[in-house]
Design a protein around this ligand. Structure first.
Ligand SMILES: *Cc1c(COP(=O)(O)O)cnc(C)c1O
Length: 415
């Protein structure tokens, strides 16, 4: 009864408005496992079509890897399906402890605490360690989950311009009077694929007595010589006070996340972080899978090495074809289209060509920054990438954007 026609009409109008602006997100239904090739039902009701996936966070191609699946089965058989408890009541198994220890070793930190997701890790960590006498100074492009985590914390919030170390330094000086300062950044930025200068940030944090928190969700497992993450790439392993990361991307892709870093900070999270205290423990099947992932990655760098080669090929190919890309050297390669509708149309045409890569637009990226975010995987073989590249070029020609500048594309299609 309370859901009146007026209330209903309000939401219907909002959804229609999104649709009219080309901003409505539509889910595609995948009928296969996750991988380089997937079977996708699109549009809804159509027979599933086999396409090459260019937009998964499956960086290391482990999401459906037989060894991981086998390990998960073993976890299921020996530790059961679910724990029906949060960690501190009766939800901690020996394998949860083992995973925390293995992650600590992998990341080169002091201690680790698991969370149901990295979203939850970020939602819980700030409030658990900071008070209203402290300040959090974050890069302006940090992930939404960090923004939400900071919102849940009573410490003061400030920002610095993306990747701008002079601006960060001025903010560190500005907040010299606070009890604690925490600098907050993504290691690799999810939408642009660029990397935070963690060496410089660690130096500034040392100089101004600040802690450094880095979200490594798009780095853990493949950035750096042995895939430890951005801190390895920047030569500051052991100097990051707090790392948050996910198991839902390169590290198997199921779910789960963690806070890893200084022992006391992890201890505080275990006592106070609300998503840890009030949300269910990670399922044993997932824990077993992630344990196997870390085993594989600790033994060999083959997968991240292949990913690096694939990425080089992909970036170079798109760039030489004349697309506007975001600069960087990570497997996140955004093809800039600027206009939301163009991004949607481009994506549909790619699908016709057998390539799956979806358009990103506001509010996931800033207004007039619409793009196709492509992501390379170690699961891709060269023939996948060659076929995908040919499709991008074909569709790029159709829309006459190859070799065009940002301004020329905007003049043609609008922002
Ligand atoms: C994906 C992502 C998260 C969320 O991870 P989940 O484990 O899926 O909740 C957090 N931070 C960043 C930077 C991410 O890209």
């Amino acid at each position: 009864m309370g859901y009146s026609d007026k209330v209903r009409a309000t939401y219907q109008a909002q959804i229609k408005d999104m649709q009219d602006k080309g901003l409505l997100k539509q889910e595609r239904f995948i009928h296969s496992t996750q991988g380089a090739e997937i079977e996708v039902e699109f549009p809804t009701g159509a027979a599933p079509k086999k396409v090459i996936n260019m937009c998964a966070n499956n960086y290391l191609g482990l999401s459906s890897h037989p060894e991981i699946v086998k390990a998960a089965h073993e976890g299921l058989d020996t530790r059961g399906y679910g724990m029906s408890s949060v960690r501190f009541i009766c939800g901690t198994q020996d394998i949860h402890r083992e995973l925390e220890q293995k992650v600590t070793k992998f990341l080169g930190t002091e201690d680790t605490i698991l969370f149901p997701s990295c979203m939850d890790a970020n939602a819980g960590v700030f409030e658990a360690i900071l008070t209203d006498q402290d300040v959090m100074i974050s890069d302006r492009l940090v992930h939404a989950s960090l923004i939400d985590g900071m919102r849940l914390c009573s410490a003061m919030q400030d920002t610095f311009k993306h990747g701008n170390m002079e601006h960060l330094e001025s903010k560190l000086q500005l907040h010299a009077d606070k009890r604690f300062k925490v600098v907050v950044t993504d290691g690799v930025f999810s939408m642009d694929g660029d990397t935070a200068p963690l060496d410089k940030m660690a130096e500034l944090c040392e100089k101004y007595d600040a802690m450094l928190l880095v979200d490594e969700s798009h780095s853990s497992g493949f950035i750096g010589k042995t895939g430890r993450g951005t801190h390895e790439k920047c030569g500051v392993v052991g100097k990051i006070d707090i790392i948050t990361t996910t198991f839902g991307k390169a590290l198997g892709g199921a779910s789960g996340g963690c806070v890893s870093g200084r022992k006391e900070l992890v201890d505080m999270c275990r006592q106070k972080a609300r998503p840890y205290l009030f949300s269910n423990t990670i399922a044993p099947v997932v824990v077993s899978g992630v344990l196997k992932v870390l085993d594989i990655l600790s033994k060999s760098t083959d997968r991240r090495d292949k990913l690096e080669k694939n990425t080089e090929f992909w970036r170079k190919g798109l760039s030489e074809a004349g697309f506007v890309l975001k600069e960087g050297d990570t497997p996140i390669v955004p093809v800039m289209l600027f206009n939301a509708k163009l991004a949607q149309d481009f994506s549909k045409d790619l699908f016709t060509e057998g390539i799956y890569a979806i358009g990103f637009f506001f509010p996931v990226v800033p207004q007039s920054q619409a793009r196709i975010r492509t992501q390379v995987s170690a699961g891709h073989e060269m023939h996948h990438l060659e076929k995908a590249l040919a499709a991008f070029i074909k569709v790029g020609k159709k829309y006459e954007i190859l070799g065009k500048t940002k301004q020329q594309i905007i003049d043609k299609y609008g922002m």
